[in-house]
Design a protein around this ligand. Structure first.
Ligand code: NAD
Length: 368
């Protein structure tokens, strides 16, 4: 791979290779953009087939975090780290402490958190070596499970979409079809039930369906029915890529608003939804509640403040709908525009004050 060519494609700032023969650590830290603040992003452990696969994954995920933080109003940049290894076989205290020491060398330019294949215990080992960590256990001053906050953000985004389509943000009496009743899906159903919405639900795990049916009076359907059933809102909270050439023509909803990541198989499926008159709440904005919550740890975690910030996802989705109309583009494109416009505005301000495109690393106070 031509690494510098790859970095220049999307203006990555830095790619760090971490190697520690003693612990077996082979990790890559990708920092995409720190215009808005230090790069925050999870660490993923995965047995990548090749080193190129690991680099590509770290770069792709880091860039995604830049957009997510920017569009969510956070004063953070985008970064991500990957450890090449099998999370079932290759973990040790020494390995994660070694990663922690590498994170520490970056002096706060990169803040690490949990991601796929990483547990709270692993993050605790990282934290022994560096303070540039979020997503710690509650007993260590962390913010705990992000899922209820992600669900709250989804509810708020759904309200903004309902206002656009039905003229009122209220979800009372609206029919919402929820796909996936795991950590986020369950809490979303709870919140929708409190709003007096009608629930149609599905999951591949029967006990998850039974629980939501019993607690919230939801109507259960088979997993292959949930995307074709008539409803006001389809809420994907399970898998990515569920919106594709095969599924979009069959949808019978007015709004798609859920927590699942990468819900569009390809970016062009955002256009396909718009052509069918279906309003899509972009995944990385509507599901940012967990990130907003965990980022609050950087200021000394305060649940009430974090909740207030998560509630503002409603306003972010409204802004995206406005940009989508202004530029005549689908909402997934409008979300990127929102992120890029904010970075561009701050970037020119930074140049003015420091003469440096990325400014200086300094602690910023949250402004949203
Ligand atoms: P989870 O694993 O707890 O829940 C997923 C649920 O989907 C499980 O109950 C699973 O049985 C079900 N499922 C799997 N395949 C299905 C299918 N074909 N049809 C119906 N149900 C199916 O995950 P989660 O933490 O609730 O996250 C859900 C989605 O939201 C994921 O895409 C995740 O990346 C995204 N997300 C989660 C958070 C968070 O705070 N947890 C934050 C941002 C994004």
């Amino acid at each position: 791979m031509q690494v510098f060519e790859k970095l220049s494609e999307y203006r990555y700032e830095q790619l760090v290779f971490c190697h520690d023969k003693a612990t077996g650590l082979r990790a890559i830290i990708a920092i995409h953009d720190t215009t808005l603040g230090p790069a925050l992003g999870g660490c993923r452990m995965y047995p990548y087939a090749t080193e190129d696969d690991a680099i590509v994954d770290a770069l792709r995920l880091a860039r995604g975090m830049t957009y997510k933080a920017a569009a969510s109003g956070l004063n953070l940049g985008g970064g991500k780290s990957v450890i090449i290894g099998d999370p079932k076989a290759d973990k040790s205290e020494a390995l994660f402490r070694s990663l922690g020491r590498y994170v520490e060398t970056l002096g706060g330019r990169y803040i690490v958190a949990e991601d796929v294949g990483i547990s709270t215990t692993d993050i605790h080992y990282v934290h022994i070596e560096t303070s540039h960590v979020v997503g710690m256990d509650v007993t260590y001053g962390g913010s705990g499970d992000p899922s209820p906050f992600t669900a709250l953000g989804v509810l708020q985004g759904m309200r903004a979409c309902a206002e656009e389509i039905f003229g009122t943000a209220s979800l009372e009496g609206r029919t919402v079809a929820v796909q996936g009743l795991g950590h986020v899906g369950y809490h979303l159903c709870r919140l929708l039930h409190e709003e007096d919405a009608r629930l149609i639900v599905t999951d591949v795990q029967a006990d998850a369906v039974e629980r939501v049916a019993r607690e919230f009076g939801a109507k259960a359907v088979e997993p292959d029915e949930v995307m074709t059933i008539p409803c006001d809102v389809f809420a994907p909270c399970a898998l990515g890529a569920v919106l594709n050439d095969a599924s979009i023509p069959k949808l019978r909803c007015r709004i798609v608003a859920g927590s699942a990541n990468n819900v569009l198989l390809e970016a062009r499926h955002g256009e396909a939804l718009a052509e069918r008159g279906i309003l899509y709440a972009p995944d990385y904005v509507i599901n940012a509640g967990g990130l907003i919550n965990v980022a609050d740890e950087l200021e000394g975690y305060d649940e009430r403040r974090a909740t207030r910030r998560v509630l503002r996802i409603e306003e972010r989705i409204r802004q995206i709908i406005a940009i989508s109309k202004r530029d005549s583009v689908p909402t997934n494109v409008a979300a990127d525009t929102l992120a890029l416009e904010r970075i561009a505005a701050i970037s020119s301000m930074e140049r003015l004050h420091t003469g440096h495109p990325y400014g200086q690393q300094r602690r910023r106070r949250e402004t949203i």
